[in-house]
Design a protein around this ligand. Structure first.
Ligand code: AMP
Length: 221
C-alpha cells in the first residue's frame, strides 16, 4: 500500500505519519527528515539543499525527485510519504514511478489547518536532536523544560521553525503544493481531513479515510 500525507507545515503530518505507518504497516518516509539527515552527515547533497531549506523555499524538483523516488523504489512493502510530493511535477513523477513498478497510489490524505494556527504550532515546536521526538512548548511540553523525556537530551528549535521562515514555507505551500490537491481529487484519491482536532481525533479520521478508500467503501471526493 502506498499513501501520501499532504498539509501545510505544522499540520501534524509527522505525528500522524508515525501512527498511520504503524497501523497500515508501511514505511514512513519524510522528505524533510531525509534532507536533514543528509545535511547532518555533511554530504554533497546536504550542502546543495541547505540554502533552500534555511530560506523556507522548496528544493528544486530534479534533486528531490531523484532522492525520494530511489527510496520509494527500494521499499517493496509500501510507503507513507510525508512532505513529498510538494509540486505538480513531483506528484506526476511519483505516480509514474509507482505505475512503472507495477504498483499504485492508494490514498492521499490532506490535513487541513488554517494559516493562523500554523505559525503558533511551528514556532513553539521543539525537537530532540538525538531521537527525533517532537514537543511543543504549550501543547505538548516535556516534563522538564527544554529536555527530552525519552533520553534527557537538550531540545532544539529547527532553524526553519522561526516566524519569518514559517511565513515563507506557508507561501511555498499555498503557491506550489496546495494546487496538487486538485490533481489528486481529479484522480479520485484525495480525502481532506480537519487537522485542527486532537491528535487522536485527527488520526482516527485519517485512518478511517484510508480504510474507506482501500476497501472501496467510498466512491471519491
Ligand atoms: P519539512 O520537514 O517537510 O517541512 O521540510 C523541510 C524543508 O525541506 C522544506 O522547507 C524544503 O526546503 C525541503 N523539502 C522537503 N520536502 C521537499 C519537497 N518534496 N520538495 C521540495 N523541497 C522539500
Amino acid at each position: 500500500m502506498n499513501l501520501v500525507l499532504l498539509g501545510p507545515p505544522g499540520a501534524g503530518k509527522g505525528t500522524q505519519a508515525t501512527r498511520l505507518s504503524q497501523e497500515f504497516a508501511v514505511r514512513h518516509l519524510s522528505s524533510g527528515d531525509v534532507l536533514r539527515a543528509e545535511r547532518q552527515a555533511g554530504t554533497e547533497l546536504g550542502a546543495r539543499v541547505a540554502g533552500y531549506m534555511d530560506a523556507g523555499e522548496l528544493v528544486p524538483d530534479d534533486i528531490i525527485i531523484e532522492v525520494i523516488l530511489s527510496r520509494v523504489k527500494a521499499e517493496s512493502g509500501g510507503v507513507l510519504l510525508d512532505g513529498f510530493p510538494r509540486t505538480r511535477a513531483q506528484a506526476e513523477s511519483l505516480l509514474e514511478a509507482l505505475l512503472a513498478d507495477g504498483s499504485s497510489l492508494d490514498a492521499v490524505i490532506s490535513l487541513e489547518v488554517p494559516d493562523e494556527d500554523v505559525v503558533g504550532r511551528i514556532t513553539g515546536r521543539r525537537i530532540c536532536p538525538a531521537c527525533g521526538q517532537v514537543y511543543h512548548v504549550r501543547f505538548h511540553p516535556p516534563q522538564k523544560a527544554d529536555i527530552c523525556d525519552a533520553d534527557g537530551e537538550k531540545l532544539i528549535q529547527r532553524p526553519d521553525d522561526t516566524e519569518e521562515v514559517v511565513k515563507q514555507r506557508l507561501q511555498a505551500y499555498h503557491e506550489q503544493t496546495e494546487p496538487i490537491k486538485a490533481y489528486y481529487r481529479q484522480k479520485g484519491l484525495l480525502s481532506e481531513i480537519d487537522g485542527t482536532g486532537t491528535m487522536e481525533a485527527v488520526g482516527d479520521a485519517a485512518c478511517k479515510a484510508i480504510q474507506d478508500r482501500v476497501c472501496g467503501c467510498e466512491s471519491g471526493g
